[in-house]
Design a protein around this ligand. Structure first.
Ligand code: HAM
Length: 426
């Protein structure tokens, strides 16, 4: 006998029981982005490999180790499953002159692919909610995005997600700081691990990102870019801090905060929690004023972030936040006339906006009632030969006490709708 086939490691199914929380998250996101004037767009899951190499950086974990890259079987062109959305959105913005007339606030969502070692909160196919403001210099937009995310946490009743911010300067400042870093780490070359040795001359900034405990004292003593910002960059960061202060959102300035992708400059931020173990970064982003030019476009300041949907869902479940997709009523029916009445009554109730599951697949009243109970519906609507003959439906409350009553199809919608509706989000 053939063996069963399983999903690819690190790539998950979303099963129906987990879906209501996912959809609740989705609805909250749609609400929030609309309130801030961000507009939806999509980019392909597959792009040419040089896009990511150029945007994210050759010497990053993502590009060096984590991309799903393959050759197009016809022309041999190297293609990659997107590890993130920003590069594709900027590519699309350049290709379609999206910011030619005015700046654009956009957002997208969908699966991203990174060949990481799977563990709790870390997957090979995961999903992001991604927001980008294209053509805005900030710092107002930087803060707008932070405030928007804070609103999302509130909508979802999520607590304990803290904000860390930093400024990683502009290209010039980073070059100067980089030279300083190389000098500093070269002086301590014997204390560097193999990864850091390699990065010393390719990307010394990444050394600060090292998770190796043995490296931490050395990293702590390294020259800080935040102390060496030029006046324009400093003014930008002061603006971010001032507006954030006005917003009342708590934040920590973390001079060690660097992001795992190379396109950032000036403001960077991450939202973190200690409730997810090792994968505590719920989302992050920042400014990437150089990326348009780096990808061959006209220089265009921009800022964005992405959050990991799986991680947010874990927090929602952890916090006892539940969502339900139970129908308002489950219709139980036995007999041909009863079935016909059941189906027309169900359509009438759907016209009134209710969610109605009509039992399918036959069975006696007992087995159908068990399904009705398991569905989580608030009411069972019961139709048998007697009800069909009298043109009534028996309404039995399933979740609270109350008498079973017989109602005519006309009475049903007016009696059930007001009772069932408030329960929908309960
Ligand atoms: P990122 O920090 O690489 O940024 O990813 C953003 C978020 O995606 C992370 O904070 C995390 O929650 C989630 N995430 C990343 N990798 C995984 C994984 N393997 N499994 C589960 N979740 C994961 C970006 O991707 C940038 N494009 C964000 C951005 C947009 N910057 C500017 N605009």
């Amino acid at each position: 006998m053939a063996g069963t086939i399983q999903a690819v490691r690190g790539m998950n199914d979303l099963l129906p029981d987990a879906a209501p929380s996912w959809l609740r998250f989705d609805a909250a996101v749609r609400d929030v982005v609309r309130q801030y004037g961000y507009r939806y767009m999509q980019v392909p899951l597959v792009e040419v490999t040089p896009l990511f190499a150029r945007a994210i950086g050759e010497v990053t974990d993502v590009v060096e180790h984590e991309m799903y890259t393959f050759d197009d079987r016809l022309n041999g062109e190297s293609l990659t499953l997107r590890p993130e959305a920003t590069a594709g959105i900027v590519r699309a913005a350049i290709e379609h002159s999206l910011t030619y007339e005015r700046p654009q606030r956009v957002w997208t969502t969908g699966p991203m692919f990174r060949h990481e070692r799977p563990q709790k909160g870390r997957y090979r196919q995961f999903h992001q909610f991604d927001v980008e403001a294209l053509g805005f210099e900030g710092p107002d937009v930087d803060v707008e995005q932070i405030v928007m995310l804070h609103r999302l946490w509130r909508e979802l009743e999520l607590e304990g997600i803290v904000l860390h911010i930093n400024s990683i300067g502009d290209a010039e400042e980073r070059r100067a700081h980089r030279a300083e870093l190389v000098a500093y780490f070269s002086e301590h070359a014997d204390a560097l691990d193999a990864d850091s040795q390699r990065r010393l001359h390719t990307n010394p900034l990444r050394i600060l990102d090292s998770k190796n405990p043995a490296m931490q004292p050395l990293i702590a003593g390294a020259p800080r870019l935040l102390d060496r910002l030029g006046s324009a960059t400093r003014a930008h960061f002061d603006g971010v801090r001032r507006l954030l202060g006005d917003s009342g959102i708590g934040f920590t300035v973390d001079p060690r905060l660097v992001r795992g992708l190379d396109y950032y400059n000036r403001t960077v931020f991450e939202w973190m929690t200690d409730r997810l173990g090792a994968q505590g970064t719920v989302g992050g982003g920042g400014r990437y004023d150089g990326l348009f030019a780096q990808l061959g476009g006209k220089p265009t300041p921009a800022c964005g972030f992405a959050i990991g949907i799986e991680r947010v869902l874990m927090l929602m479940q952890d916090g006892g936040s539940t969502a339900s997709d139970a129908p308002d009523a489950y219709v139980v029916h036995v007999g041909e006339r009863a079935t016909r009445l059941a189906m027309s009554v169900a359509e009438n109730l759907r016209d009134a906006g209710l969610a109605i599951v009509v039992h399918a697949g036959g069975g006696n009243f007992g087995s159908q009632m068990r399904r009705a109970n398991a569905s989580g519906a608030r009411y069972a609507l019961i139709v048998g030969d007697d009800e069909a003959a009298a043109n009534v439906v028996a309404v039995k409350p399933l979740r609270d006490s109350g008498e079973q009553v017989a109602l005519s199809p006309g009475e049903l919608a007016t009696r059930i709708a007001p009772i069932a509706q408030p329960a929908k989000h309960g």
